[in-house]
Design a protein around this ligand. Sequence first.
Ligand SMILES: NC(=O)c1ccc[n+]([C@@H]2O[C@H](COP(=O)([O-])OP(=O)(O)OC[C@H]3O[C@@H](n4cnc5c(N)ncnc54)[C@H](OP(=O)(O)O)[C@@H]3O)[C@@H](O)[C@H]2O)c1
Length: 277
Amino acid sequence: MEINGKTELYGVIGNPVKHSLSPVFQNVGFKSLGINAVYLPLEVSKERFEESVRGLLSLENLKGFNVTVPFKEGILKFGDLLSEDVKHIGSANTLKKTPEGRIEFYNTDWVGFLNALKELTDPAGKKVLVLGAGGTSRAVIYALKRVNAEVFLWNRTLSKAEKLAQSFGVKIIKNLNNIGVFEIIVNTTSVGLKEDDPPLFDYKKIQAHQVVYDVIYRQTPLVETALKKGAKAQNGLKMLLYQGVESFKIWTGKEPPIGTMWRALKRAFTENHARKS
Ligand SMILES: NC(=O)c1ccc[n+]([C@@H]2O[C@H](COP(=O)([O-])OP(=O)(O)OC[C@H]3O[C@@H](n4cnc5c(N)ncnc54)[C@H](OP(=O)(O)O)[C@@H]3O)[C@@H](O)[C@H]2O)c1
């Protein structure tokens, strides 16, 4: 696709964001559908967040962007419309500028998570343990509650779990001694990002009948041990894909070429991983 005066600009704002794999598969999506658009990582400094967003929004060809850590909550003040999901979750990962210049916010993390989890199991009515009470946990719990899963929440800092449990009406687990009772375990903490992070519990206790989903993109010790124990388990790469797929639909109104986008993401992830190890 030739870049010209009509090329639309999309991207992801965050800090850090240079490592983001979203440009890889979003640009493949635009190209496959012949859409004259580019998607860039847009690193924004925390100190210059507001002026950066105002500047971006004033660009005529800027049509939308994804929002990642640490701006998912702070971005909301720029919105003319917040979707119901955004109001419930309290954060947005997708901004759309309409042709009339209206700024709309959506949260596609929860759909991304749900679609990824559904490839492993249907969570409806199941007992699910959610580890972590940060921003991602809110989207994950929201998704699970929508399908009437029975959600139990554990967090290192109990007060944060209590706050979240209250706003979503879920039960709290104070220790991880008895994880065998849960049909699904979801890790939303950042534990596992680094290979030598101490484990959240003894992962060898995972049983073959359980399903484990880790929102971290890399193959974490949690996922690896679960697979060794015969459980179904997956890292967060599919969640990344599916949240992006939903953003693509919101921006373009078109059905994205999911298979092509997934192959591009998987290839980039494997290459990145090979380079680091
Ligand atoms: N796959 C995807 O598409 C996707 C999308 C969004 C996010 N993510 C990933 O999700 C992860 C969490 O992001 P977030 O924005 O939710 O982060 P966050 O808001 O900062 O929350 C971090 C969570 O991790 C817990 N935690 C951190 N260190 C811990 C430790 N040593 N032991 C136990 N718990 C610990 C925190 O517990 P305390 O409350 O006790 O501090 C908190 O619950 C990141 O790795 C991010 O990359 C993936």
